[in-house]
Design a protein around this ligand. Structure first.
Ligand SMILES: Nc1ncnc2c1ncn2[C@@H]1O[C@H](COP(=O)(O)OP(=O)(O)OP(=O)(O)O)[C@@H](O)[C@H]1O
Ligand SMILES: [Mg+2]
Length: 274
């Protein structure tokens, strides 16, 4: 499958250890271009570590990750954008200045700043992006003047300003109220349809995972040593296609949540049924 034009990302024999403690082991994966992979798993099992490796913020201990059939670059590149749970923009820059900076860093990594025609073009693109993400009215505000939902919109816009073909989302809506989260789902699905990105999104909300994803990846340990709990790492234990009318799921969100010990799934504030 590796090298096939439809495969955006392949993971082969991936392992990650910190100080000889295995976190992830035997991870194998082929993801088609345009997939929306949702990732769930118990706290501490290595989901964020996995995303950080997809971004090249961390290097695998063993194994390889192929992007478009080629080894992943050793450093983050503009074609992979990331959004974290807590938003990560510059507090001393306004909304549009944050986005211009993201776009300048992409286009002129050495010169640092854009001039003339290119700068005007960047401004136009950013104004379109603000419109699309519903932040036009807040263009001149500083991050501290925005609500939590608006801050996450800005974080998403910042990741999109670099025009990534892969978008990595690490519990991006975990800190938001349920109503705002539903708005964010619509926004994200709209952007995904429009821009055709391949998305990997970690969530603790199994309903959110089922609702948004075309594919659900569950990370868990398959080997346990009760004497030495940290002896083995986690791997992908379920890999389910989602959201096709022909898909017959043998297990629903609740069964999967309880199998992997996800907390709070009966808690209304953490449940996204729609
Ligand atoms: N830089 C690091 N150095 C040492 N250990 C680390 C480092 N980063 C993560 N770990 C360990 O790796 C394990 C996996 O961490 P990770 O953040 O990937 O988990 P997670 O699945 O994202 O958890 P959560 O759901 O709580 O966000 C944890 O035991 C963590 O302590
Ligand atoms: Mg995490």
């Amino acid at each position: 499958m590796t090298g096939s034009p439809d495969i955006k990302l392949s993971v082969r024999g991936l392992e990650k250890s910190y100080d000889r403690t295995p976190i992830l082991e035997r991870v194998e994966l082929d993801v088609e271009s345009g997939s929306f992979c949702t990732i769930v798993g118990a706290s501490g099992c290595g989901k964020s570590t996995f995303l950080r490796m997809l971004l090249s913020q961390e290097l695998p201990t063993r194994g390889e990750i192929l992007l478009d059939g080629h080894a992943l670059p050793d450093e983050p590149t503009p074609d992979r954008g990331i959004v974290f749970q807590k938003y990560s923009v510059f507090s001393h820059l306004t909304v549009s200045e944050n986005l211009i900076l993201a776009s300048e860093l992409e286009r002129a990594p050495f010169a640092g700043r854009l001039f003339g025609v290119k700068r005007r073009q960047a401004r136009e693109e950013i104004s379109e992006l603000l419109q699309r993400i519903g932040l036009s009215a807040a263009a001149d505000k500083y991050p501290a003047q925005l609500s939590g939902g608006m801050q996450q919109r800005l974080a998403i816009a910042q990741a999109l300003a670099k025009k990534p073909s892969i978008l990595l989302l690490d519990e991006p809506f975990g800190a938001l109220d349920p109503g705002i989260r539903l708005d964010m789902h619509e926004l994200l699905l709209g952007l995904w349809n429009e821009l055709g990105m391949t998305i990997f999104m970690v969530t603790h909300d199994i309903h959110e995972a089922f609702k948004l994803g075309t594919r659900l990846l569950v990370f868990d340990k398959i080997r346990h040593d009760p004497q030495v709990p940290e002896a083995y790492g986690a791997t992908i234990t379920y890999d389910l296609p989602l959201a096709t009318p022909l898909t017959e799921l043998t297990q629903g969100p609740e069964q999967i949540a309880s199998a992997i010990g996800l907390p709070g799934q009966s808690d209304k504030t953490n449940t996204m049924t729609s």
